[in-house]
Ligand binder design. Sequence first.
Ligand SMILES: [Zn+2]
Length: 139
Amino acid sequence: MDNYFWSLLGGEVERQPDLEVRVLADSAGRKASGLKGDIDELRQTIDKLVLITRALWEIIAESRGLNDEYLINKVNEIDLRDGTLDGKMKTSIKKCPSCGRTMSQSRGACLYCGTKDTEANPFDRINTDSRKDLTQWLM
Ligand SMILES: [Zn+2]
């Protein structure tokens, strides 16, 4: 760490511990500021997703004569598919039927041999790139 700061300062300036602390504090402050922006963006995305989900639910409930109890039961049924009623969906690890290696659910195909995961549903296939696309669509 010391060598890094000395090289930044040309290595000939008298050591200034206070300056090092300020540089580190500034760097930490910039990182924290960037993370706050990321969190704010995620909150906006979640708010929009909740709004869209609520609108979709009300359209379906009105057209099919369903009530909130039906929705709650369905959410609990899906939540229990991973064996735990905890409000989260844990992704399970799958083995490739062709080569036996671990398959990523987000790819929809084996990384090693290319065998398609025919059991994966569209929600399993949402990967980082498509999340970015969704976020851009929502903004
Ligand atoms: Zn494979």
